[in-house]
Design a protein around this ligand. Structure first.
Ligand SMILES: CC(C)(COP(=O)(O)OP(=O)(O)OC[C@H]1O[C@@H](n2cnc3c(N)ncnc32)[C@H](O)[C@@H]1OP(=O)(O)O)[C@@H](O)C(=O)NCCC(=O)NCCS
Length: 393
C-alpha cells in the first residue's frame, strides 16, 4: 500500500488549570474543554468545511463520566461536526493525545481518510489518577510489576536510585530553568497565542480561563530546596521538580499533504515517523530513551539533526536522564523545551502530547530555518512515545 505524507496544519489548547476545587476548570466538563478546542480549530481554519473532517480521535486516561462514551464521537457531535464525521477515544495514559495524533496520521497515510482532528484531554480534578482503577491482583501479587509502578512519583525516585549521579540539586536546578523559560515565553507573548480562552464558572463567578495556573515564575533554588518529598522520606522528588496535577485539553488539525495543497493551506509539521517502546513499569520515566532511539532509527535521522526537542518532563530526573543519554547540555540546552515544559505548564496526562506538538508547530512557524523536531514523553506503567516532525515551509 502506498502511503501519503501527513501534515499537522494547526493546533490549539485550553489553558491548563490546577486540578481540584481551586482549579479554574473545577466546574467545567472535560468533554466541553475538548469541544472548545475543536470549535476553535474550525474557526481558525475557514478553508476547512465541517464536512471535510472525517475522523475525530481523542485520548483520555480515565474513560468514564465526562471523559466517557467514546469522546471522539461525542465531542464531534457536540462541536457541531456533521454526523458523517467518525470518532473514537484512545488510552495510552500520558501519551493518549500523542497516540490519537499518530492514529489519525496512520489513517490519513493509508488513505482511510483525508482529514482528522486529534487531541487529548484530562480533567485530573474530576478523575484523580487511578482513582477508579481495579488492577488485576496478579499484576502485583505475582510481582509482574512492582507496587511502585502504581505511583508515578515513586517511579521517579527509583530513577534517582538508578542514576545516583543525578542529585536533588540537579533536579531543582533543571526545574528552576524550566520555570524561567516559561516565564520568559509568557512575557514575550509566545504562550498566550497557543491558548483558546474559555469562559468558565469558578469560585469567583464567571471568569475567562486564558492562562495556565501552574507556572511559578517566582521560583528560587532556596524555595525548591525547602520543599517536602512526598513520595519517599528524605527522597529527591518534590512538588517543585515534578509536573503537577492538572485539567486541560489540546488538539490538532491534520490532513494529507495533497489535501493541504488542494485547499491552499501552507506550513505545518510533516510527520517523519514515530515509535512507542516499553520499559520496566517501575522506571517508567526511562521510556522516552528507547522510544526515541526507535523513532530515530525509523526515520534514519540522528539526534544531532533534531533542532527542537519537546520533552514532556513529568519529573526533572527523567528529563535529565534523557539529556545525558543524548548528549544535551545540563541544566538547559537551547534545543530542549525552549519555551519551558510540564514542570511549569502542568501535565494533564493525555492533554500533554498535543501540547508538545503545538509548541513545536509555533516555534517552527516562527523560524523556517529549523528543519526537524521531536515530541517525546514517558507513559505510566512503563512506556515511551516519540514522534519526529519536519518543518513544512
Ligand atoms: C508532587 C505532587 C504530589 C504535589 O502535589 P500538591 O501537594 O498538590 O502540589 P502543590 O502545588 O500544592 O505544591 C505543594 C507545595 O509546594 C509548593 N511549591 C510547588 N512548587 C513550588 C516551587 N516551584 N517553588 C516553591 N514552592 C513550590 C507549593 O506552594 C505548595 O506549598 P504549600 O503546601 O505551602 O501550599 C503532585 O503535583 C504530583 O503528584 N505530581 C506528579 C504528577 C504525576 O505523577 N503525573 C503523571 C506523570 S507520569
Amino acid at each position: 500500500m502506498k502511503t501519503r505524507d501527513v501534515i499537522v496544519v494547526d493546533g490549539i489548547r485550553t489553558a491548563f488549570g490546577r486540578a481540584g476545587e481551586k482549579g479554574v476548570f473545577w466546574n467545567t466538563r472535560a468533554d466541553d474543554m475538548a469541544v472548545r478546542v475543536i470549535r476553535e480549530l474550525m474557526r481558525r481554519n475557514p478553508k476547512v468545511k465541517p464536512e471535510m473532517v472525517e475522523e475525530n480521535i481523542w485520548g483520555a486516561t480515565t474513560q468514564e463520566g465526562d471523559q466517557g462514551l467514546t469522546m471522539g464521537r461525542t465531542t464531534a457531535i457536540l462541536a457541531g461536526l456533521p454526523d458523517s464525521c467518525a470518532g473514537y477515544s484512545v488510552d495510552r495514559m500520558c501519551a493518549g493525545g500523542l497516540t490519537a495524533i499518530t492514529a489519525a496520521a496512520s489513517e490519513i497515510a493509508v488513505g482511510a481518510c483525508d482529514m482528522a482532528i486529534a487531541g487529548g484531554v484530562e480533567h485530573m480534578g474530576h478523575h484523580p489518577m487511578g482513582a477508579t482503577a481495579d488492577p488485576n491482583p496478579r499484576f502485583l501479587s505475582d510481582k509482574l510489576v512492582s507496587l511502585d509502578a502504581m505511583n508515578m512519583g515513586k517511579t521517579a525516585e527509583n530513577l534517582h536510585d538508578m542514576f545516583p549521579e543525578i542529585t536533588k540539586e540537579m533536579a531543582d536546578e533543571y526545574s528552576l530553568h524550566c520555570q524561567q523559560k516559561t516565564a520568559r515565553a509568557y512575557a514575550e507573548g509566545k504562550i498566550q497565542k497557543m491558548i483558546v480562552p474559555m469562559t468558565v464558572y469558578s469560585k469567583e463567578g464567571w471568569v475567562v480561563a486564558d492562562r495556565d495556573q501552574q507556572p511559578r515564575p517566582e521560583t528560587t533554588m532556596e524555595g525548591l530546596a525547602a520543599l517536602k518529598t512526598p513520595f519517599r522520606v528524605q527522597g529527591k522528588v518534590t512538588p517543585g521538580n515534578a509536573s503537577g496535577l492538572n485539567d486541560g485539553a489540546s488538539g490538532v488539525l491534520m490532513m494529507s499533504a495533497d489535501k493541504a495543497a488542494e485547499l491552499g493551506i501552507k506550513g505545518g509539521l510533516k510527520l517523519k515517523g514515530f515509535a512507542y517502546a516499553g520499559v520496566k513499569a517501575e522506571i517508567m520515566g526511562y521510556g522516552p530513551i528507547p522510544a526515541t532511539k526507535r523513532a530515530l532509527k525509523n526515520t534514519g535521522l540522528t539526534i544531532d539533526q533534531i533542532d527542537i526537542i519537546e520533552l514532556n518532563e513529568a519529573f526533572a530526573v527523567q528529563a535529565i536522564i534523557f539529556m545525558k543519554e543524548f548528549g544535551l547540555k545540563f541544566p538547559t540546552d537551547d534545543r530542549l523545551n525552549p519555551l519551558g515544559g510540564a514542570i511549569a505548564f502542568g501535565h494533564p496526562l493525555a492533554g500533554s502530547g498535543p501540547r508538545l506538538v503545538i509548541h513545536l508547530l509555533n516555534q517552527f512557524a516562527e523560524n523556517p530555518n529549523l528543519r526537524y523536531g521531536m515530541t517525546t514523553m514517558c507513559v505510566g506503567l512503563g512506556q515511551g512515545a516519540t514522534a519526529i516532525w519536519e518543518n513544512v515551509k
